[in-house]
Design a protein around this ligand. Structure first.
Ligand code: NAP
Length: 258
């Protein structure tokens, strides 16, 4: 049914660390829908984890080094895609980082360096990637990012990452407005908790999974395949009229008051 949805489309996925990564679940569905994909990794150790995964996908999928705090690496990624494909249809931003010490305890104790680093990697990087990707999106395009409820409300332990997600969600709207005239749509998925490397850095994460399973309207946690199918929707023509949107894929947890 969806196997031709992204036929002849090219895209890049930032944020596959390992097989549990949300970006990997998304990549599998995008590839299954016929897209040609490029991937990035950070550091040699990670390439060791990313390459064996990517090699399970059909086709020739470039894997490029990219630490989003290094603008020269970001430039090189898009120069490489330009040479290889001559155009780009979509970008998946599934990147976040904050120092562990700032993901526990009192929010008022957040360090200056931790705050700035969380903003740079988890929020500013979307603006940077959008700016660099836009010239390659010659037929329009779609950009999506991953966010969490902690950007809208205070979630204990999420702390500085919540503030970074609030900035990310605001950036979605500003980018949507800025890039819309070029036919580029910018959206986000606010996912329920998923047990990944990044999530395990948040203190009390297991407790969050338990609360969602008990209280969410669907009485369970979300599957990564459900996040991925929403990503496929946002990156395909099926969502051609949707931009500046944050879609909650969290079994309904966000709609609760108490
Ligand atoms: P993950 O597998 O650990 O993915 C996070 C990715 O960010 C990793 O690939 C990581 O690479 C990358 N990253 C960090 N710093 C980077 C940098 N300087 N340059 C380039 N890449 C960098 O965890 P995940 O849960 O799938 O996270 C993906 C996204 O989903 C994040 O935006 C996260 O906030 C969001 N999200 C997660 C949940 C959840 O419960 N898991 C819920 C809602 C939203 P390294 O491993 O090299 O650092």
């Amino acid at each position: 049914m969806t196997d031709q949805l992204l036929k002849d489309k090219t895209g890049i996925v930032f944020g596959v660390a390992n097989k549990r990564s949300i970006a990997w679940a998304i990549a599998k569905q995008l590839s299954g829908a016929g897209a040609k994909l490029a991937f990035t990794f950070q550091g040699e150790k990670l390439e060791g984890k990313v390459r064996p995964l990517v090699e399970t996908l059909p086709g020739d999928n470039p894997i490029l080094p990219c630490d989003v705090t290094r603008e020269a690496e970001v430039d090189q990624v898009f120069a490489d895609l330009g040479e290889r494909w001559g155009k780009l249809d979509f970008v998946v931003h599934s990147i976040a980082f904050a120092p562990k010490a700032d993901l526990e305890g009192r929010f008022s104790e957040t360090s200056r360096d931790g705050y700035l680093l969380a903003q740079e990697i988890s929020s500013y990087s979307l603006v940077l990637l959008a700016r660099k990707a836009a010239p390659l999106m010659k037929d329009g395009g779609a950009i999506m990012a991953m966010t969490y409820l902690g950007g809208e409300r205070a979630v204990k332990g999420y702390n500085v990452m919540g503030v970074a997600k609030a900035a990310l969600e605001s950036s979605i709207q500003y980018l949507a407005d800025d890039l819309g005239p070029q036919g580029i749509r910018v959206n986000a998925i606010s996912a329920g908790p998923v047990n990944t490397l990044a999530a395990r850095g948040v203190s009390g994460f297991t407790g969050i999974l338990d609360v969602v399973a008990e209280k969410a309207p669907l009485r369970r946690n979300v599957e990564t395949s459900e996040i991925a199918s929403t990503a496929l929707f946002l990156l395909s023509g099926m969502s051609s009229g949707v931009t500046g949107e944050v879609i909650h894929v969290d079994c309904g947890f966000h709609c609760l008051g108490l």
